[in-house]
Design a protein around this ligand. Sequence first.
Ligand SMILES: [Fe+2]
Ligand SMILES: [Fe+2]
Length: 285
Amino acid sequence: MRIIQISDTHLSPGKTHFTDNWAPLARWIGEQSPDLVIHTGDVTVDGADVTEDLRYAAELMRGLGVRFRAVPGNHDVGDPRHSRQPVNGERLQRWRTHFGPDRWVEDVEDCRLIGFDAMLLGSGEQEEGLQADWLDVVMKAAADRRIAWFLHRPLFLDSPDEGDTGYWSVKPQPRSWLVERVQRHSVALVASGHLHKAHDFVRNGTRYIWGPSSAYLVGPRLKAPPMAGEHRLGAVVYDIETGAIEARITQVPGLSLRWIDDVVDEVYPRRSDERAAAPLGSLNR
Ligand SMILES: [Fe+2]
Ligand SMILES: [Fe+2]
């Protein structure tokens, strides 16, 4: 069973800065003959506010002709407790209308793949508690299956014990709850997106994969904290057999290399009140 993880496509019919990377990605996916495609979020440029971005991106995903699952990113449904784009019931409903559930289970060979909504973590929304209860239920019901998680924002950048990294990883409190589950259930794999970097490492027996974006790289203008990983575009191929999950981060032929730094003022302009309130330091502004 072959699964392809793609991430951070940042698609929009109105802001077409990264659209031309879709065709080579779609062509390459077709050549891989996957059984399932998993999108780990930031499907859209601004689905959190622009419904048309969600509609357009979902149409492109359906156009792959391969069954897919997706989890939302901050640009798709907003961020927890964000001042301008908080994740909320209305935004979740819009996501679900176009992409289906923001949390899901796929049983593949002897593995249970669990996708969930990292944007709810620390949000205080009612859905956050419902998702936590659901996660405990589906983890327990996995029984002897090996478990792989798919979410947008990585649990941590360097260490499960690290402090608050702001925009870049899950906040310490929901993170410790999740890390406890990773250990208790010996989660085999945690795959994420969001960082627009490629990285593959093992921590405490769990493999962590940062799936690269197929749209753009993030340079110094965004003031990310120091972190591991490679600045490269691409995707991840998983070959799952009973007893083995093979994973490799790979290049996708034909992708044009772009840096958000060069176009951030067009793609993610800050409003004047935000410009006064916060220094340039986060994409979701
Ligand atoms: Fe992204
Ligand atoms: Fe993101």
